[in-house]
Design a binder for this molecule. Structure first.
Ligand SMILES: [Zn+2]
Length: 304
């Protein structure tokens, strides 16, 4: 199992008190380093995404807005919760590039699976709008790369972050080559992700939203996986499975209201990891201990 990480991701540093902070990654890495698991992971240096790789998903206006705001020293990009500093563009380009690097390694069979320990996260970023702590949609950029560079015909993105991935849904809403499945707390930020949002045109039926009430536990998630997620993935027969791996549905998370444990994340991983080669990408997860334990369980399930 590959592990993609760079200390450049720590340079994307928020105002004090912001939950999406560098300590999320440093705690995660320190936690893994204390474990024998660290020695078994294949450590791979991510490469930067090129502008044309970003432009497969985002408008030039979007890319330039992020780049210009960073160059000018930083600021806020949407209604107040998506900040950038001078170094954020570099971090964001490397975060998207990490998913591309992971896709290249997994699809050329150099790795069985890979985990990208990246920030800023990506799944709220739409084609023309940074949003919800997200600058570029890392998983979408990786999915497009797998199609263009490796000829993968069908890609699935499974998003178990506690928030709905409105950005990923918007980017692929009309696209029949990509199955987007999201389990999320509902109603909740960002407000999208109703059952009735199923895709459009060629993409009709290729968006599967599974809204769940606050307080949902791991047992219920497993039931939903067996009843809906696994059958939908098996029927779609993807050549690549990208996981938008947020860990903010953990019971200890300060933002989410769900009741998963780190064990739950291991079990969910085990249910899907044999369906297609897996590239997993960090999204949310804001309790440092819970995040660290959950990523550990996720990686152990990926390698078993
Ligand atoms: Zn989230």
């Amino acid at each position: 199992v590959g592990f993609l990480y760079s200390s450049v991701f720590l340079k994307h540093a928020p105002p004090l008190g912001h939950p999406e902070r560098p300590e999320r990654l440093s705690a995660l890495v320190t936690g893994l380093q204390r474990d024998e698991l660290w020695g078994r992971l294949v450590h791979i240096q991510p490469e930067r995404a090129t502008l044309s790789q970003l432009a497969r998903v985002h408008t030039h206006r979007h890319i330039e807005l992020v780049q210009r705001t960073c160059k000018q020293g930083g600021g806020l990009l949407d209604e107040g919760d998506t900040y950038v500093v001078h170094e954020s563009f570099e971090a964001a380009v490397l975060a998207a590039g990490a998913v591309i690097t992971a896709v290249d390694h997994v699809l050329s069979h150099m790795l069985d699976a890979a985990f990208c320990a990246v920030r800023p996260p990506g799944h709220h970023a739409e084609s023309d709008r940074p949003m919800g702590f997200c600058l570029f949609n890392n998983v979408a950029i990786g999915a497009r790369h797998s199609q263009r560079a490796h000829g993968v015909e069908r890609v699935a993105i499974l998003d178990w972050d506690v928030h709905h991935g409105n950005g990923t849904q918007e980017i692929f809403y009309d696209d029949g080559s990509l199955l987007y499945i999201s389990l999320h707390q509902y109603p909740f930020y960002p407000g999208t992700g109703a059952r009735s949002e199923r895709g459009n045109g060629d993409g009709e039926g290729c968006t599967l939203n599974i809204p769940l009430p606050a307080g949902t536990n791991g047992e219920r998630y497993m039931e939903v996986f067996d009843a809906e997620v696994v059958p939908a993935l098996q029927q779609f027969r993807p050549g690549l499975l990208i996981i938008s791996a947020g860990f903010d549905a953990h019971a200890d998370d300060p933002l989410g209201g769900m009741r998963l444990t780190e064990k739950s994340f291991g079990a969910l991983t085990g249910r899907v990891k044999n369906i297609a080669p897996v590239v997993s990408v960090l999204e949310g997860g804001y309790n440092l201990d819970a995040l660290s334990r959950s990523v550990n369980a996720h990686l152990r399930a990926l390698e078993s």
